[in-house]
Ligand binder design. Structure first.
Ligand SMILES: Cc1cc2nc3c(=O)[nH]c(=O)nc-3n(C[C@H](O)[C@H](O)[C@H](O)COP(=O)(O)O)c2cc1C
Length: 352
């Protein structure tokens, strides 16, 4: 599929329908394959995993684990499927996805539309494990009271199949979810999910467990999360999710829509939040930087600010899959210009 040809057509239809068409096309093998081999200097090892490049697809694009292999074929170094909830649920009423064209931003209020864990695991199992690295991002059903039980169920069900696991604590579209980022709830949740993972200790390999946090946290909240992550032995953090803030600079007519804002308007805030989290964790656990990344220069800036890996989603909406190749090329050039032999050397360079 040539995105440049499809783009004018995709822009005429509503964004959620366009996304559904893209997933369908990808699922049918109509997507392309990146022809450019990855520059060897982009290869990096994080946890016990070898990434062929540090540029990943963020959660939310492939909520039901339907197109992991196709997205890896486009050149991503890793793909995060989900968020999946234990039981199927429809999410919020439509419309719930808005393209802010003038701002290169997106607002979504999907509210965890999910086909549920059983179907997710079924699809996840079918992926080609040699095609690249895939993570499972888990959440809770809207009406669940014992949130930790839902996360634990997600971890236990995906442990055998995923290369890494993520508890999404930061979607703004499920009532009460972001409250899980406060100190007592996150302690409880980390304990319960680590126990769930422990129940999988018979497996040949135990995947690293990460928490995904939002960019709307103040310094004290970030410190609490950093302390809990270090004290309990979380393996990593993703910083971060969409923002509920609306910068005054937004121009699109959709700027007043409720939901999480992502893409270019989030770049600065997500970068600052990442740098703060790197400082607070002292670089002791890997962080995946995410939010408003649309260029190799920004990926490089995020790595220097403390990210071991980066992810993106919204920029794909505006620039198409060719962007992945461009970012990797630019990132390799930035690393060389900075005098780094590889990604790992550059991680956190701004703090030294
Ligand atoms: C349409 C849409 C749906 C999303 N759904 C999820 C989700 O299910 N789980 C999750 O952890 N993040 C989800 N996100 C957040 C992204 O993974 C990412 O954290 C955020 O969009 C910032 O990155 P970006 O600016 O590159 O898009 C979603 C984002 C968008 C735009």
């Amino acid at each position: 599929m040539d995105y440049r040809l499809a783009r004018p057509f995709l822009r005429l239809i509503d964004p959620e329908t366009a996304h559904g068409l893209a997933i369908h096309a990808l699922g049918c093998g109509l997507a392309g394959r990146s022809r450019e081999p990855d520059d060897p200097m982009l290869a990096t090892r994080v946890w016990d995993l070898s990434f062929r490049n540090p540029v990943g697809l963020a959660a939310g694009f492939d909520k039901d684990a339907e197109v992991i292999d196709a997205m890896l074929a486009l050149g991503f170094g890793f793909v995060e499927a989900g968020t999946v909830t234990p039981l199927p649920q429809p999410g919020n009423p439509k419309p719930r996805l808005f393209r802010l064209d003038e701002d290169e931003g997106v607002i979504n209020r999907f509210g965890f539309n999910s086909k549920g864990l059983a179907r997710f695991v079924e699809r996840f199992k079918r992926r080609d494990r040699t095609a690249g690295i895939a993570g499972a991002n888990v959440g809770k059903n809207r009406d669940t009271v014992d949130a930790a039980a839902d996360y634990a169920a997600g971890i236990e069900a995906t442990c055998e199949w995923a290369d890494y696991l993520v508890c999404n604590l930061s979607s703004p579209n499920t009532p009460g979810l972001r409250g899980l980022q406060a100190r007592a709830p996150i302690e409880h949740l980390v304990e319960r999910t680590l126990e769930a993972r422990q129940r999988c200790s018979h497996l040949a390999r135990i995947p690293p467990l990460l928490a995904k946090v939002g960019p709307d946290l103040d310094e004290n909240q970030l410190r609490d999360i950093a302390e809990v992550a270090l004290a309990y032995g979380l393996d990593g953090l993703i910083v971060g999710n969409t923002t509920v803030e609306r910068p005054a600079s937004l121009r699109s007519r959709h700027r007043g829509e409720t939901g999480g804002l992502s893409g270019a308007p989030l770049t600065r805030k997500a970068g600052e939040c990442l740098a703060a989290m790197y400082r607070l964790t002292g670089g002791r656990i890997p962080i995946i930087g995410c939010g408003g990344i649309a260029s190799g220069a920004e990926a490089y800036a995020r790595i220097r600010a403390g990210a071991s890996l980066v992810q993106l989603y919204s920029a794909l909406v505006f620039h198409g899959p060719e962007l992945v190749t461009r970012i990797k090329r630019e990132l390799a050039a930035c690393l060389r210009a900075g005098g780094f032999a590889g990604v790992a050397e550059a991680v956190g360079a701004d703090h030294r």
